[in-house]
Design a protein around this ligand. Sequence first.
Ligand SMILES: [Zn+2]
Length: 372
Amino acid sequence: MALTYELIKECKQSGARLGKIHTKRGVIETPIFMPVGTQATVKTMTPEELIEIESQIILSNTYHLYLRPGHHLIDRAGGLHKFMNWNKPILTDSGGFQVFSLGDLRKISEEGVEFRSHLDGSKHFISPEKAIEIQTSLGSDIMMVFDECAPYPADETYVKNSLERTTRWAIRCKEAHKNFENQSLFGIIQGGMYPNLRKQSAEALIELDFPGYAVGGLSVGEPKPLMYEVLEHTTPLMPKNKPRYLMGVGSPDCLLEGVIRGIDMFDCVLPTRIARNGTAMTSQGKVVIKNAKHTEDFQGLDPECSCNTCKNYSKAYLRHLFKSNEVLGLRLLSYHNLYFLLQLMKNIREAIHEDRLLDYRDNFFEKYGYNA
Ligand SMILES: [Zn+2]
């Protein structure tokens, strides 16, 4: 087995779990947030900096790397780890989410999805087998099955047909996956906002005995309370002895609420994307660095953060960098936002360990500006 999950402790206050994912490239302490390196790079961050802020695992995108530079090239480079100089674990998505997001540029059939590249309009076809072939070439530690993430809102018949096809595709992915020694393949539970369909999807996939399971099809535009409701219904259906991954979620409130409902892994482009737009996540809530009130604010971004950005640079300086379109501004804010989320997850792990996660959440929200 390329991966095993060790459940260390269940929180007495909530459904949260403290655990360890053992992989050939090291141990991942959970719950964890995974920075996203779409194009074999976490935007503006060097792998050395990712290590410095204690990233344990990163995510990369199959669709983007397949189109450019191509999975065969990455294979010839010695795999994605070597290509991008990252020796810790990597999770790759299956490409399904991007392909289905292409709208008019794609055509779905039982066999797979035909689509046109967003880069040059060239025609491509990804099937479950192809998604596994690409991820095998990339050499990621955790691969994902090729699935359809149903849009929101979507009617029950559409979601049911979609999840049943996703289940058939999961079987094909499992059959195509041969590199068990080094790579693990996770299943993805779909079913939209319908509890009965979530149950149907979970049961069918658990039968296939994947070493880990993701909850897909959430954070797609539904209100947050609905997402929490679906999670509350779905995580109890998932095996206790395997990691649980909520895809595409990365705001501090959703991370906390997800962990409370038994999720172990998260990923999202949010922290780096908003950083490049000049927004920082801080212990006192969001800071929009370009605001005029920071013009002569010579304090650090977040008084409670001890990252290099907060230790060494003032808000006035960061604002100046953004106003002058200097790339260092993007780097310093991306660094801080990722550090902030990784630190949040570390604090969450400590709070679970000490059975005080709900108190931690309430205190966090009081300062950050959310209602608990
Ligand atoms: Zn900081």
